[in-house]
Design a binder for this molecule. Structure first.
Ligand code: UDP
Length: 379
């Protein structure tokens, strides 16, 4: 009855469903949650403000094809994300850049550091903190130590439960030191949020007559792996299965559970029109939460009140919270490799997305990946 079954209605699953539906395939999408759009799901709250239920999601991309593809399903509200951090009682721009230098150091020291940075790196370059820490120059060493201690160390310990050296370098390199005066969090060409939100965008992507969606349904309620075969509604399924969930779960944790970090989201209503100057303020030190996001600053809304979100990272525990970020320990990598090898016994199954590929994908990377997978599998 169905040519393709897709597990998960997040961005990866939705884009693949739409692409295959357009080429006349019949698709069944199975989603365990009661809503689509995965962790980029959003909704209008009691204050009339569009909030991101699973934390702030800011779309940014340099991929023209991804931008154009998504533009078929949404209008955009152009929005360039700005983040500040509370450091020594001051609110300063993040990523750390020349504007931050003059806020945290006396002018003559800040000038000296700016010139030293420009002598060592090109204007517009991005330097990961762990790289800057290796610098031999005493001014840059001092700067690196300051930024490390005040911006990265405690935030990373809260976010990951480990110091920066014990997590993959690429993670802290997402927020580099920026050689220049650009205060934006991202430098990509296209930066915007869907005008009516991500849930509406994904709803539109999925609204094709060839796509049937089942919410509130676990894969194991309708299907199972038997030997190297897939059974669906108790019948052998010979089509393709696109799996965007956790790989350890698909294989009943036979090589152990893969570790993830989760985040407890605490939304608050503040009885004021505005709470902070920019959408997100990071609190690297002194608080249990990592950051506060005010959604009105992302999606403008007429409201006398404002909604803020405090994020409290914690370990993922099955049944208690949701998996957000893969934790790349050596042990986790080895286990993931074993699950990947196991997947080779099932040529019908393709694993795609942040959970199934155990990768720290951004939203645009996921859409790119889904478009690439479609190109690979379509014939
Ligand atoms: N990070 C940090 N301090 C900050 C911002 C980021 O230490 O003020 C580190 C932290 O380890 C974090 C990583 O950089 O997990 C990536 O940050 P990003 O804002 O990209 O995380 P996301 O928005 O994906 O949670």
């Amino acid at each position: 009855m169905f040519d393709i079954v897709i597990i998960g209605a997040g961005l990866a699953g939705a884009v693949l469903a739409e692409r295959f539906a357009q080429s006349n395939k019949k698709i069944l999408v199975i989603e365990r949650r009661q809503h689509i759009a995965g962790n980029c799901y959003d909704e209008v709250d009691g204050n009339g403000i569009l909030i991101h239920k699973y934390g702030p999601h800011l779309f940014h991309t340099d991929f023209v094809d991804v931008w154009e593809y998504l533009s078929n399903f949404t209008e955009w509200h152009v929005y360039h994300h700005k983040v500040r951090a509370m450091v020594d009682g001051q609110i300063v721009p993040i990523p750390f850049n020349f504007n931050t230098l003059v806020k945290v150091f006396p002018k003559n020291l800040a000038d000296r550091m700016e010139v030293t940075l420009l002598k060592n790196y090109g204007y517009g370059q991005k330097i990961p903190i762990l790289e800057l820490k290796k610098s031999a120059d005493p001014y840059l060493q001092f700067l690196a130590e300051y930024v490390y201690k005040n911006i990265f160390l405690h935030y990373t310990e809260k976010q990951w439960g480990k110091p920066p050296e014990q997590i993959e370098g690429a993670v802290t390199a997402r927020v580099p030191i920026f050689i220049g005066r650009d205060d934006r969090y991202f430098n990509d060409r296209f930066q915007a949020v869907p005008r009516h939100g991500y849930a509406k965008l994904v709803e539109k992507i999925l609204s094709h007559k060839n796509i049937k969606l089942m919410l509130n349904t676990n894969f194991d309620e309708v299907g199972e792996l038997r030997g190297d075969e897939i059974y669906l509604f108790n019948q052998k399924f010979t089509g393709r299965l696109i799996y965007t969930g956790q790989l350890d779960e698909l294989f009943s944790y036979k090589f152990g559970a893969l570790p993830y970090r989760s985040v407890e989201m605490k939304f608050e209503t503040v009885d004021a029109e505005s709470y902070q100057d920019v959408a997100t303020v990071n609190y690297p030190n002194n608080y249990d939460f990592t950051r506060i996001t005010e959604f009105k600053k992302i999606h403008p809304a007429q409201s006398k009140r404002t909604t803020i979100l405090k994020e409290y990272p914690q370990n993922y525990v099955k049944g208690k919270n949701d998996p957000y970020y893969p934790v790349f320990t050596d042990e986790a990598r080895i286990a993931y490799e074993k699950y990947s090898a196991e997947l080779k016994n099932f040529p019908q199954i393709k694993a795609v997305g942040r959970l199934a590929e155990y990768k720290y994908y951004d939203m645009d990377d996921i859409v790119k990946k889904a478009l690439d997978v479609f190109a690979e599998l379509k014939d």
